[in-house]
Design a protein around this ligand. Structure first.
Ligand code: ZN
Ligand code: ZN
Length: 377
């Protein structure tokens, strides 16, 4: 094996240096030794050495081969695995110093912006879905120039400042010395072409603003804050570019009775004490129409009555949530003499004349539920 360079020593890193340390070491040396900073032949030779070293050590596979004793740059072609196709190291220099590949002119045609419109819906429309004709103020491709931006019969011409490249290069001084920088051509705005006679209708933009109506189907189960994406229904792009997307933001108007939590609907029903004790049948107007709720004798305040499948449709997948009716029992107030006497009689019959009340450790109490929640019961 030929005498090979010690790449670790060249970069001044340890044998077990990680990728980041190797990169940092190379970057530091490259700033010192870059030919733009130090054009003398000795420095240039040294720059070549560190770049070779970096090329090998920054590539895990090449580094592994090198550690096994191969040297890709050694006379004679090095070991198997390197062979043909070993890239010139200028790619690495370009990667660090931003030189090399030109970006070229930027296209006039760009994707249009997304648009968002707010859609106000009633609860029933969210639950069951609906269809809306939405008026959208948007940009569409200019019919006169078909989006190209130049007056009918003319076309964009090549920019004379940048000769169609879209950028101009400049040599400037920086911390690493003389460097070449590129910036968008001021003559054509980076497009590489100039529209000499802009389309009179769109003034060269390639689009005109218009108001159009979009018919949209809003799926069952949407809720306040849901976003619906309509691909390609946004603004058309400048220069005939593809359109952006249209987003519908759902805003649900509050319902006078039902409150939505997930796909369940909740409401509170207040009933008199006598109905709670004796039982009753009550009419309720659900989103599906009238329904009868059966209040069983002995219903307690705080009990809930579920109407299964009467909540909101699930947005994803079949089925619906529930409608949950939370019962509150109202204690009678403003009793007249007769009512008061009847209740006293009832109390006597039930042995509740001087009730001790019933204090419990809270099996059903708020604090015990809270405690159970904390204990994971
Ligand atoms: Zn036009
Ligand atoms: Zn130009």
């Amino acid at each position: 094996m030929s005498v090979r360079a010690d790449y670790y020593e060249t970069l001044g890193v340890r044998q077990d240096a990680n990728a980041d340390e190797i990169k940092k070491a190379y970057r530091r040396l490259a700033r010192e030794l870059h030919p733009d900073v130090n054009p003398d032949p000795v420095t240039q030779e040294r720059f070549k050495e560190i770049t070779q070293a970096y090329e090998v050590l920054s590539d895990p596979e090449k580094r592994h081969m090198y550690d096994l004793g191969a040297d890709p740059f050694a006379p004679g072609g090095g070991a198997a695995g390197f062979g043909a196709g070993f890239s010139p190291f200028s790619d690495i220099v370009d990667a660090f110093f931003g030189g090399g590949a030109s970006r070229g002119p930027r296209p006039r045609a760009r994707r249009g912006r997304n648009a968002t419109i707010r859609v106000d819906l009633d609860l029933a429309e969210c639950v069951f879905g609906t269809t809306r004709d939405l008026t959208v103020d948007t940009a569409v491709a200019c019919p006169t120039c078909s989006g190209e931006g130049s007056a009918p019969g003319t076309h964009p011409v090549t920019c004379e400042v940048c000769h169609g490249r879209g950028e101009i290069s400049q040599v400037t001084r920086s911390f690493i010395g003389q460097v070449m920088t590129s910036r968008p051509c001021p003559g054509c705005g980076g497009f590489g072409t100039i529209i000499r006679r802009p389309c009179p209708e769109c003034d060269g933009d390639g689009r005109v603003r218009t108001r159009r109506t979009v018919k949209v189907r809003i799926p069952a189960g949407v809720e306040d804050g849901t976003h619906i994406q309509l691909a390609g229904e946004g603004e058309v792009g400048p220069g005939g570019g593809p359109p952006g997307d249209l987003f519908l933001e759902i805003v649900q108007r509050p319902h006078p009775i039902f409150e939505r939590q997930g796909d369940d609907l909740h409401c509170t029903l207040t009933i008199p004490m006598s109905a709670a004790a004796l039982g009753a049948a009550l009419q309720i107007q659900t989103l599906d129409g009238p329904a009868t709720i059966d209040i069983r004798p002995g219903t307690q305040s705080g009990q809930s009555i579920p109407l299964y499948g009467q909540g909101s449709s699930h947005l994803h997948g079949p089925g619906r949530g529930d409608l949950v009716i939370h019962v509150t029992v109202e204690t009678p107030v403003k009793l007249d003499a007769e009512q008061e006497e009847l209740i006293r009689q009832l109390a006597r019959l039930r042995g509740e004349e001087s009730p001790p009340g019933r204090f419990s450790p809270g099996e059903q109490g708020f604090f015990s539920r809270l405690r159970d929640a904390f204990n994971g019961r």
